[in-house]
Ligand binder design. Sequence first.
Ligand code: SF4
Length: 320
Amino acid sequence: MEARRGGRWEGDPLREAMERALRAEEDRMAGKAASPYHGATGEPFLPESLSVSELEDLATCPFRFYVRHLLRPRGDREAEDGGWADLGAFLHRVIARVFRAALAEDKRKGKEVSALALGEGGLLEKAFSEVEAEWGRRPDSPFFLRRPDWPHRRGRFFRLLARAFGDGKGFLKEDAEILDVEVEVGAGKVFKGLVRGYDGLKVQGAIDRLELRSGSRFYLDYKLGSAFPRVKDPRTGELSTDLQLPLYILLHGKGRGAGVYYSLTTGKTKSAKRDLSALWVVFKEVRRALKNGAFPPHPDRKGEACRGCSAALLCRYAGR
Ligand code: SF4
């Protein structure tokens, strides 16, 4: 550091990288948008598949998609969200294990699953401890489990799940009939022929839970955070289009059924908003980004997507 301050760069192993970074920053400051540092790859990006959450990122802010799913900087998840995404996946796994165990005993009604989860057998406690031990043994065990405060935090997250299983309404209606959990959905050959020879993209996702309520199909999706997902509507620039559950309903239910998001943190629910014309416009934008391989920072009009964005360290968007 002292040598650098004195302008003595000879033999500095970081010299080349630093000079490159400096040039990139100068280009960005000068407004050269068509550079890879601004998400312009210069050629079509034609992946074999994208998940629904990747599509959500792409629709909300192309640069976020570029950073998170193309560049994938090392250490990004731990540095940015403290393992929040892994924690969400962990809680999803615990919930799915409880439902699977209940279905294996042919307990399909919400009331029965709730009794198994929280009653004498303590299925929820058992599933929580099992997944915790399994994930803890993994060579790449998640950061949140390695944090020294996990023994204190685990109680809080366990209580969130216990509240969900016991609420009898938002998360698990007593008379609901559980059909399946973690249902894979997908569509193939989307955007086929985007450029000559391209065979199309597979869109993949997983429905957290599928159930019948008064004879109608319900698609449920759990969120760890308090916000429910909305992507940018290109017509208004607002974060107002619901992509995830409407897409699942289209792909899995052929357009029939209703969807509900449940926040584990707040215990609140929100119904899915089906707006086919908005979905159509979103897909048109996605198509354009992939075809041009252009992923500039372009969040919603109010920059709400920038709050807590995990790509912020690499992003120089001036409007946040
Ligand atoms: S900080 Fe905002 S503009 Fe930058 S990548 Fe994230 S959402 Fe996009």
